[in-house]
Design a protein around this ligand. Structure first.
Ligand SMILES: [Zn+2]
Length: 361
C-alpha cells in the first residue's frame, strides 16, 4: 500500500481540540470560602501570622470552620476571618488563587470557574474609604494575574464582583463601576449582592438602583436572594440574570416560578450551604426545589458556594444529590449543562459529553 504523502493527511486543526477536559462549571464560589483550611493554615504558619495565638493548633483552626452554625450571619463570620488572611492581595491572595486553580483543574475536574469576592474587603483596612476604593482595582488584577499564571491548568476563569449589604452605597457603586471598567472587563463577568440578609428589606430601593446601574452599563447580574426567609425580596428579581440560591422561591413562593422561567433566570443552588447554615435539615429537603423548578422550566446550576470551607467539592455536591435520589442521572445532566449555558463568560457550546448524560434513561 503506497504511503500517503504528508499533503494528503488531514490538517491537525481539522479536529478542534476541546479547550480543556473538565466536565464541570462552577458558577457560585466565594474566594473567602474556596481555599482549604489546611492551605490557609500552612500559610499562616509560614508567615507567623498573629492569628496563630488564637488557633495554636490546626485542629483548633479546623474546628472553627466545621462547627455547626446558628444561622447565616454566624456562618458569614468564617468569611470575615478568611478575608483577613487574604490581605494584602499581593503576595497572599496571589498564592491562594494559584492553589485554587490547580486544585480545581486537577482534582475537581472543572472546565470553568466564576470566582466571586468583594474587592473592598481585601483592601487595607487602615486606609480611608476613598483610598480603599482606589485599591480595589489592584485586587482584581492580582486575582486575574494569579489565575493566568497557571497555564498547566487551563480552565476558563472569570470574576464576579460582590456588592455587600454591610457596605455603604458609595462603595457598592464603585464596585459596579469597576465591573464596567473597560480595562477590567476581560477579567470580570458580572456583579452580585452578598452579605447578611437582614439589610435587604430596609435597603431594597438602593439595591434596585445599583442593579439598574449595572444593567445600564451592560453588566450581567446575580444576587444572593431567597436563600433564607429573611432574604426574600421580590423587588430585585426583575434585574437579575441568575439568582444565588433562590431555594425559598420553589419552597415558599412557587407562584414566582413561571416569571423566572419566562425570563430564563437560572438558580445557583449550593446544597451543602443550607445544611451548614441550618436553613435545611437534610439534602433530601431539596427534592421539592428540584422537582418544582423542573416542572416550571426554571433551570438550576449546582454549585458549592464555599467548597474549601465545606470540604465538599463540586463533583461531591452532584454525587450527594444523586445517591439520595434528589435528582436522577438525566436531571443531573441537565443541571451540568445549565451551568455551561448560564455561565457568564463561557463562549462555547455545552460540552458534548454532557449532552449524552442528559439524554432520557
Ligand atoms: Zn454565596
Amino acid at each position: 500500500m503506497p504511503r500517503r504523502s504528508p499533503a494528503a493527511l488531514p490538517a491537525k486543526s481539522a479536529v478542534p481540540a476541546p479547550p480543556n477536559f473538565g466536565l464541570y462549571a462552577e458558577l457560585h464560589l466565594h474566594l473567602g470560602g474556596a481555599i482549604l483550611p489546611n492551605i490557609l493554615y500552612a500559610r499562616m504558619q509560614a508567615d507567623r501570622h498573629p492569628l496563630l495565638r488564637r488557633y495554636c493548633t490546626y485542629a483548633a483552626f479546623e474546628r472553627f470552620f466545621t462547627r455547626k452554625r446558628h444561622d447565616l450571619a454566624d456562618y458569614l463570620k468564617m468569611h470575615k476571618l478568611v478575608e483577613s488572611l487574604q490581605r494584602p492581595a499581593d503576595p497572599h491572595l496571589f498564592y491562594y488563587v494559584t492553589r485554587l486553580v490547580r486544585g480545581a483543574y486537577l482534582f475537581d475536574n472543572l472546565a470553568y470557574m466564576e470566582l466571586r469576592h468583594t474587592p473592598y474587603n481585601r483592601t487595607d483596612e487602615a486606609l480611608p474609604q476613598a483610598a480603599r476604593i482606589d485599591q480595589m482595582r489592584s485586587v482584581i488584577e492580582i486575582i486575574a494575574a494569579a489565575a493566568a499564571s497557571q497555564p498547566r491548568y487551563p480552565l476558563i476563569f472569570s470574576q464576579i464582583l460582590c456588592m455587600h449589604t454591610a457596605l455603604p452605597l458609595e462603595v457598592n457603586q464603585a464596585i459596579v463601576r469597576l465591573a464596567a471598567d473597560r480595562h477590567l472587563r476581560k477579567h470580570v463577568c458580572a456583579v452580585d449582592l452578598a452579605g447578611p440578609n437582614e439589610a435587604y428589606k430596609a435597603r431594597a430601593g438602593e439595591f434596585v438602583r445599583l442593579f439598574r446601574l449595572a444593567r445600564s452599563l451592560g453588566i450581567r447580574t446575580t444576587a444572593h436572594l431567597y436563600e433564607t426567609p429573611a432574604g426574600c425580596e421580590p423587588r430585585l428579581l426583575p434585574y437579575l440574570d441568575r439568582i444565588g440560591h433562590g431555594i425559598q422561591i420553589p419552597l415558599r413562593f412557587p407562584r414566582l416560578l413561571p416569571r423566572l422561567a419566562k425570563a430564563g433566570v437560572c438558580l445557583e443552588v449550593c446544597p451543602t450551604t443550607y445544611l451548614r447554615t441550618g436553613t435545611l435539615g437534610d439534602y433530601t429537603d431539596l427534592r421539592e426545589v428540584f422537582n418544582r423548578c423542573r416542572h416550571a422550566g426554571v433551570p438550576i446550576a449546582i454549585c458549592t458556594d464555599n467548597a474549601g470551607l465545606h470540604n465538599v467539592r463540586l463533583p461531591g455536591e452532584y454525587e450527594n444529590l444523586l445517591v439520595r435520589d434528589v435528582i436522577g442521572v438525566e436531571h443531573l445532566g441537565h443541571c451540568l449543562a445549565n451551568s455551561f449555558t448560564h455561565a457568564f463568560a463561557w463562549k462555547g457550546p455545552v460540552p458534548e459529553a454532557l449532552r449524552r448524560i442528559s439524554l432520557p434513561e
